[in-house]
Every structure is written in C-alpha cells, then in structure tokens.
Design a protein around this ligand. Structure first.
Ligand SMILES: C[S@@+](CC[C@H](N)C(=O)[O-])C[C@H]1O[C@@H](n2cnc3c(N)ncnc32)[C@H](O)[C@@H]1O
Length: 183
C-alpha cells in the first residue's frame, strides 16, 4: 500500500529541535520538569517492572530515562537526531540497557514485538497539523494513558489579545526561556 499522501513529519517538527545548539540548552528553557508525577500515574494504572512504555516526541529523554529506571522497557521515539543522541548518550552513561531510541514520528513509528502497556507524550503532538493530530491519536488511542500538550482555547475574535499577551510574556534571554523568535 502506498503512503505517498503522508506528510514528512520533519517539516513540522520545529527547526530548533533539529539544531544541536538549541537541543543543548533545551532543558534549561523547559525549567527541568519533574517526571515523577507522570511516572506515578503510570504506576497507579498498574505499570511495573515488566511494563513497556513508548514515549512519543521524547526530546532529550527526561521522562524516558526516568521511566526506564522504573519500568521494564522504554522506547523513546523522536524525529530529531540531536534529541535522540542526547537520550542515547545519557542512557549509555548510566548503563540503562532497557531504553531503546527510535528515529521516527507519531505517524511513522511502527511498533514491533509485544504491544506497549502505555504510550506517553508531552508537548510534542501540537507540532502536527490538526488533521494529522487526529490520525496520530487514532494510531495510539488504544494504549494512550496520558497526554500533555499545548492547546489554544479561545474564540477566533480573541486571537489578537490572547497572542499579544502570550508573546509579551516571552523572555528576552534565550538561555532563560522562550523568546518571541528563534535566533
Ligand atoms: C517541545 S519538545 C518536547 C520534548 C519532551 N517530550 C519534553 O516534554 O521535554 C517537542 C519534541 O517533539 C519532537 N517532535 C516534533 N514533531 C514530532 C513528530 N511528528 N513525531 C515525533 N516527535 C516529534 C521534537 O523533535 C521535540 O523533541
């Protein structure tokens, strides 16, 4: 079956996520979020030392690395080679052999072997255009447990004030947070 109609997810991934320099400072911008509450949710849903977790859009692997310490096998999936390089290097550094890195996206990832017990994703799905978000959700719906993402929730007429307010809260120092523009 041809999938020539499929988009290239790299085109939507955010060029900064493909830039090793941005990736190096990425966690500082994020404020080092603690993955423990999300890990606890998975544990509360019955996941344990033999469970398989897929992290889609894993970034630098803050969640995936912590999950690999708690669960049986973790698959970190991302379209960005620099992001996955960070995950792979860190896993090696600390001797985590149950963490696999797969260069793929929400739409192109093909799960092989035993089905996952949970699919996790944080702040990544919004990269896909709406139609493709729907398809991504269809593909992972059966095993999706928790989804974090950035969602706009306002009426079209409010766009000016909402986006102005949001952009006015941007930082001037790219080392401390998100600026109004990249570079
Ligand atoms: C804002 S970062 C979030 C990373 C991580 N989940 C976190 O919470 O820190 C977005 C990540 O999604 C990845 N990404 C963008 N589009 C993607 C896609 N279609 N499939 C998988 N990953 C994607 C980017 O490469 C980047 O690593």
């Amino acid at each position: 079956m041809s999938d020539s109609w499929m988009i290239d997810e790299l085109d939507y991934a955010g060029h900064e996520h493909l830039d090793p320099a941005f990736v190096a400072g990425y966690e500082q911008k994020q404020g080092n979020p603690d993955p423990t509450p999300d890990l606890d949710v998975l544990t509360a849903h019955g996941l344990g030392p033999t469970s398989i977790v897929v992290d889609l859009g894993a970034g630098t692997g803050v969640f995936a690395l912590a999950a690999a310490r708690r669960f049986g096998r973790v698959i970190a999936v991302d379209v960005s080679t620099p992001m996955l390089n960070v995950v792979r290097d860190r896993a090696k550094e600390v001797g985590l052999v149950n963490l696999d890195c797969v260069l793929a996206g929400f739409l192109s990832y093909k799960h092989a072997g035993v089905l996952a017990d949970a699919v996790y994703t944080r702040n990544a799905l919004h990269h896909l255009p709406d139609f493709w978000k729907g398809l991504a959700l269809v593909r992972i719906a059966e095993i999706l447990l928790r989804l974090h993402d950035i969602i706009y929730d306002f009426q079209p007429l409010e766009v000016q004030s909402v986006l102005d307010r949001w952009l006015n809260s941007a930082t001037a120092d790219p080392g401390r947070g998100y600026t109004r523009g990249f570079r």
